[in-house]
Write a protein that binds this ligand. Structure first.
Ligand code: ATP
Length: 251
């Protein structure tokens, strides 16, 4: 693939067929994400979102096709690209019998962060995420929203340039969701790129661009306002329902 610095992520004809699967979980996918963009990947259950993200972060080998992250070919250079990438783990990926701080320290070690560097960044993040009084609390005793914020701290501890959120704000109340979005936008202003998946359509509408997947393919993409104008609808949810059910394929 020709490496361009204009895009943080670029995929070309990307395909994934699981060994045990009969269908293409990702089917010839081409997409590009620019620096500082907030990109929401939407699609029905099983449409291939998680598979795609796992290939981009280097956790899953593609069957065929190419992936470039910050100009590096993945999975070949995944050790390098993982330094630039933050992945907010799902709640179940946190260690419930460890404290909030121990969980974040665990992640920081994966990035070979030294203790003083970790302490400084950790304190900064706890302040931003309003978790200062919870640092010594066992994760199992945190509320759902606090666990979600802990997972964000894990993802951000090494100051990544590209952030992935699978099911960004699942189980999060509207106040906290608003806080998250203010925070996401502040990261964007710093040039950080965010890729999130969501089943909450009014949330996806807050992204700069939306990509809609169906059966492993990216069948629609664009800024929310442009998509709504194209389909002459009031909400992204309507587009989701139309396209996911196959009523409209080409508008
Ligand atoms: P959801 O919204 O439910 O999280 P998704 O869009 O993230 O779904 P994927 O989890 O990527 O979709 O699944 C895409 C397809 O790949 C589905 O048909 C799924 O059954 C299949 N699949 C996912 N993981 C595996 C696996 N480990 N082995 C075999 N097939 C899998």
């Amino acid at each position: 693939m020709s490496i361009t610095s204009d895009y943080v992520i670029e995929t070309k004809d990307l395909v994934k067929v699981y060994k045990t699967g009969k269908v293409k979980a990702v089917d010839g996918l081409n997409f590009k994400i620019k620096k500082g963009e907030i990109y929401a990947l939407i699609g029905a259950n099983g449409s291939g979102k998680t598979t795609l993200l796992n290939m981009i972060i280097g956790a899953l080998y593609p069957t065929s096709g190419e992936i470039s992250v910050f100009g590096y070919s993945v999975p070949k250079n995944r050790r390098t690209t993982s330094n630039y990438i933050g992945v907010a783990p799902q709640e179940y990926s946190l260690y419930s019998d460890l404290t909030l701080k121990e969980n974040v320290r665990f992640f920081s070690r994966l990035y070979r962060m030294k203790k003083p560097e970790f302490e400084e960044r950790f304190s900064e993040l706890l302040k931003i995420l309003r978790l200062e009084d919870k640092r010594k609390t066992l994760v199992k005793n945190l509320s759902g929203g606090m666990k979600r914020r802990t997972s964000i701290a894990c993802a951000l501890i090494h100051s990544p340039k590209l952030l992935f959120f699978d099911e960004a704000t699942v189980g999060v109340d509207p106040v906290l969701r608003t806080f998250f979005w203010e925070y996401f936008n502040s990261l964007k202003e710093k040039g950080i790129t965010l890729v999130l998946t969501s089943h909450v359509m009014d949330e996806a509408e807050r992204a700069d661009r939306i990509g809609l997947m169906r059966a492993g393919k990216l069948i629609e993409e664009g800024p929310p306002q442009e998509l709504k104008a194209k389909y002459n609808v009031e909400s992204i949810e309507e587009i989701f329902l139309l396209l996911s059910n196959g009523v409209i394929v080409d508008a």
